[in-house]
Design a protein around this ligand. Structure first.
Ligand SMILES: Nc1nc2c(c(=O)[nH]1)N[C@H]1C(S)=C(S)[C@@H](COP(=O)(O)OP(=O)(O)OC[C@H]3O[C@@H](n4cnc5c(N)ncnc54)[C@H](O)[C@@H]3O)O[C@H]1N2
Ligand code: MOO
Length: 403
């Protein structure tokens, strides 16, 4: 199979991916979830005109000139509206959030008054409408304030509560199974034998998938045999996950068994090998309703490919409207040589210049096994195939990595 352009590979991965079925969740469980339907307010906020200050509800005509002496006929607190209305020469003591009584059309703050038993002297003249929040100034019943495809922020939850929704319709989380392959892998903390490598990839990939809203099932590490790899693939299929992500065993070596195992289980492979660096031996396919992303084993390759392909796919399955990463302009912090046929994703440090522009400086080594450089990077510099040499200070495009 020829190397596939990155854009075509991404289109293939996202083909037909849409929000999973809807479920209702309580507000406290809805943070970061994606709304499955537009959400209209069930009430008007505020429902009636309310005072924004502690003071006195009065008739503006009575306090157009100061000082003005008025008779206090009662008190209004938040949640306890007045039963009486006010007439000429009268005032009602009111507190923040209290409903403006009939007859009143302005509020005088208590700092501008002197109280003497049931009399109050207003010391500053005022005008109509002061310190009154009109009914519906925030929103009105029936108004659509949150939309299908919005990922719910912390502020959105407060708004949804204010709209009087105790539960929200959200898309089901995608279930993502993660499978590592490689006889050389041992768990962190173990004593390593000759040639052994600490299993690291899964920690970044699982955190990345979870932070995008997926529920992750860890299938552990499969031994480098067709039988073990096939059994793990079959397990993912039987669990009914939406996506299986494998790492390692993707390239051309005698022990790279993922592609043949996927095919033996009946996976329809859409592509294998992309024109990108890092991450050339990446594959994608479908096994019935389960999507499969086969990531290369090199730690940087697996992460960069997961960031570029798995993240938009998880977002699409979560139901997010805009699932693609956005490239941003930056200035190059170092000169680059001309690129070859593979789209390059260079790990780079980011600095904000005094003029507000980002400066993206590639880390000193770009080998796809270097975890320390990946961890030090905050962005990827994207270089199209055959990009000409570029001078330090010239424009480039970056993708910011998660913080
Ligand atoms: N003849 C060729 N050789 C290679 C090619 C090629 O096209 N022709 N492609 C190279 C590229 S590019 C990459 S990337 C790697 C990817 O290979 P695999 O996906 O088969 O990965 P492995 O061989 O299984 O592992 C590579 C490397 O990464 C380590 N590894 C694997 N899994 C993990 C893990 N979960 N945690 C930490 N480290 C892991 C593994 O020990 C190897 O060192 O192939 C090139 N070769
Ligand atoms: O794609 Mo590999 O990731 O170049 O090392």
């Amino acid at each position: 199979m020829a190397l596939m352009p990155v854009a075509d590979a991404l289109a293939a991965v996202l083909d037909g991916a849409a929000g999973l079925p809807e479920e209702m969740v309580a507000l406290d469980d809805a943070h970061g979830r994606v709304l499955a339907r537009d959400l209209a307010a069930l009430r008007t906020q505020p429902p009636q005109p309310m005072s924004a200050m502690d003071g006195y509800a009065v008739r503006a005509a009575d306090v157009a000139v100061a000082p003005a002496r008025l008779t206090v006929i009662g008190e209004i607190a938040a949640g306890r509206p007045a039963e009486q209305s006010i007439g000429p020469g009268q005032a009602l003591r009111i507190f923040t959030g209290g409903v403006i009584p009939d007859g009143a059309d302005t509020v005088v703050i208590q700092e501008d008054t002197v109280r003497d038993s049931d009399q109050v002297t207003v010391t500053e003249a005022t005008r109509p409408g002061r310190h009154i929040r009109p009914a519906g100034i925030d929103f009105t019943a029936g108004e659509v304030l949150l939309r299908a495809g919005d990922r719910l922020s912390d502020r959105d939850l407060a708004l949804a509560a204010g709209m009087n929704h105790p539960m929200l319709p959200v898309h089901r989380r995608p279930r993502v199974a993660m499978l590592a392959t490689g006889d050389e892998l041992v768990m962190p903390g173990a004593a390593l034998g000759p040639g052994q490598i600490v299993y690291s990839n899964g920690y970044a990939l699982r955190a990345l998938a979870r932070s995008e809203g997926a529920e992750v099932i860890d299938l552990g590490i499969a031994a480098d045999t067709i039988e073990a790899t096939r059994a793990a693939i079959a397990r993912a299929r039987d669990l009914g996950v939406d996506l299986l992500v494998t790492t390692g065993g993707a390239s051309a070596g005698d022990h790279d068994l993922v592609k043949s195992s996927l095919e033996a289980e009946g996976t329809d492979i859409a592509f294998w090998k992309i024109a990108m660096r890092p991450g050339k031996p990446m594959m994608h396919g479908r096994l019935g309703p389960m999507r499969v992303i086969g990531l290369p084993g090199n730690p940087v390759s697996s992460y960069v490919c997961a960031f570029l392909f798995m993240v938009p796919l998880i977002r699409a399955l979560c139901g997010i409207r805009e699932s693609m990463h956005r490239r941003q302009p930056a200035l190059l912090g170092a000169a680059l040589t001309a690129n070859d046929q593979r789209e390059d994703y260079l790990r780079a440090r980011l600095a904000l210049r005094d003029d507000g522009q980002w400066l993206a400086t590639p880390v000193d080594r770009q080998d796809s096994s270097l975890l320390a450089r990946l961890s030090a990077a905050q962005a990827l510099i994207v270089r199209p195939p055959f990009a000409p040499a570029a001078a330090a200070g010239s424009q480039c495009l970056i993708l910011k990595l998660p913080e």
